[in-house]
Design a binder for this molecule. Structure first.
Ligand code: ADP
Ligand code: MG
Length: 323
C-alpha cells in the first residue's frame, strides 16, 4: 500500500513547483484573496503557502490529508461539471506521503484553529492551535523517502525558476488575487490585486511589453476568448511566453498552439515564437479536464471549432492593427 501511494504521489508531485501549484490551487479553491508563497533552497528544503481562504474545520483536518478525500465533488456526475481547480482529493495526501507536512487552519466561524502534522504519510499529531482565519501549509524535506526522485531535482536556481513560473501562471489566471513569492526571505514576486489581466501582465513582465500588446476578443456560442498578443517585435526564442488559460487554469494544447503560430505565419523570423496571453471561458461541460493528474492537458468537445475561432480572431485583430 505504501509503495503504491508513493508511486501515485510521484505522478502528481514531480518537483517543488508541483507542490506549490497544488497548494496554491487549493488556496484559490478556498476563495483566498491573498496568497503568500515562501520557499527556501528552491523549495527543496522548505515550502510554505499561506492563504486567507475559508479554512478547514478541525474535525476535517485528517480527512483533508487522506487519499481521495475531496470536499469538492461528491459523485461521478460531478466530474463533468468541474468548476474548482482541484477535484481528485489526491494532492495533499500525495505531498504528505513524500514530505514532512504541517497544516494549520481556521474557519471564520471558529475561535481557534487546528494543526495537523504528517510525516511520510503518517499522521503524527492533530491539535488545536491559535492561528488567523485561513490556511498555512508547510512542506519540509520533500522526497526524503523517495531518494531517486530527490536525486533528479535540479539546482536551486532551476527549481526556483519552475516555482516562479508556476506562481506567475496562477497569478495571471487569477489576477484579482494578491500574490507574493519569497525565496530565502528575499522577495521574488510582489503582485497586489489587479483590476484586469493587462495590469497583472505589466506587474509581471513590465509596462513596456504591456503597452505593446494587442487586445483580442471574440465570442462563439458559449465560448468566450479574450486576451492579448504581442507585436512580432516582441517574439521570443522559445514558447515560454505563450499562455493559455481555460476557466482559471493554465493549459497546454497543441492544436491551439498551432493556430497561434499559423496566425503569425510570415510575420516572424525563423525560430522566433509569438508572445500571447489568451483566456478561454466556456461551460465546464464543453471540456474534459480529467485527462491527466497534473491537469495541464484537456480535451475539448469541439476542438476543430475552437481552432477556427482562435485563428479567425487572431487574423482579424492582426488585420485591424497596424503591424
Ligand atoms: P482536492 O483539491 O482535489 O479536493 P486536495 O488533496 O488538494 O484535494 O485537498 C483536499 C481537501 O482539503 C480539499 O477538498 C479541501 O476541502 C481541503 N483543503 C485543502 N487545502 C485547503 C485550503 N488551503 N483551504 C481550505 N481547504 C483546503
Ligand atoms: Mg487540490
Amino acid at each position: 500500500q505504501s509503495v503504491i501511494n508513493k508511486i501515485a504521489a510521484g505522478e502528481v508531485i514531480e518537483r517543488p513547483a508541483s507542490v506549490v501549484k497544488e497548494l496554491v490551487e487549493n488556496s484559490l479553491d478556498a476563495g483566498a484573496t491573498r496568497i503568500d508563497v515562501s520557499v527556501a533552497k528552491g523549495g527543496i528544503e522548505f515550502i510554505r503557502v499561506a492563504d486567507n481562504g475559508c479554512g478547514i474545520a478541525f474535525e476535517d483536518l485528517e480527512l483533508a490529508v487522506a487519499s481521495h478525500a475531496t470536499s469538492k465533488i461528491s459523485d461521478a456526475e460531478g466530474l463533468f461539471h468541474v468548476r474548482t481547480l482541484g477535484f481528485r482529493g489526491e494532492a495533499l495526501a500525495s505531498i504528505a506521503e513524500v514530505s514532512h507536512l504541517r497544516l494549520r487552519s481556521r474557519t471564520p466561524d471558529s475561535d481557534s484553529g487546528g494543526e495537523i502534522y504528517v510525516e511520510g504519510g503518517l499522521v503524527r499529531s492533530i491539535a488545536p492551535c491559535g492561528c488567523p482565519v485561513g490556511t498555512v501549509v508547510e512542506v519540509r524535506q520533500l522526497f526524503f523517502n523517495t531518494p531517486v526522485r530527490r536525486k533528479f531535482l535540479r539546482s536551486t536556481t532551476t527549481e526556483l525558476g519552475h516555482i516562479s513560473e508556476t506562481v506567475a501562471k496562477l497569478a495571471l489566471a487569477h489576477f484579482r488575487v494578491h500574490f507574493t513569492l519569497t525565496h530565502n526571505d528575499r522577495p521574488v514576486l510582489q503582485l497586489p490585486a489587479a483590476g484586469d489581466l493587462l495590469e497583472r501582465i505589466a506587474a509581471l513582465y513590465g509596462q513596456e511589453l504591456a503597452d505593446a500588446l494587442i487586445p483580442v476578443s471574440s465570442e462563439d456560442g458559449a465560448v468566450r476568448l479574450y486576451g492579448y498578443v504581442a507585436h512580432p517585435a516582441f517574439s521570443r526564442p522559445n514558447a515560454k511566453m505563450q499562455f493559455l488559460f481555460l476557466n482559471g487554469r493554465a493549459i497546454r494544447d497543441r492544436n491551439l498552439q498551432h493556430a497561434l503560430n499559423e496566425a503569425y505565419r510570415g510575420l516572424l523570423t525563423v525560430g522566433r515564437q509569438p508572445v500571447a496571453f489568451l483566456v478561454l471561458e466556456m461551460p465546464p461541460e464543453m471540456v474534459d479536464v480529467n485527462v491527466h493528474p497534473t491537469k495541464q492537458e484537456v480535451r475539448f468537445l469541439d476542438s476543430g471549432r475552437l481552432y477556427s475561432q482562435l485563428l479567425s480572431t487572431l487574423r482579424r485583430e492582426f488585420l485591424s492593427s497596424d503591424l
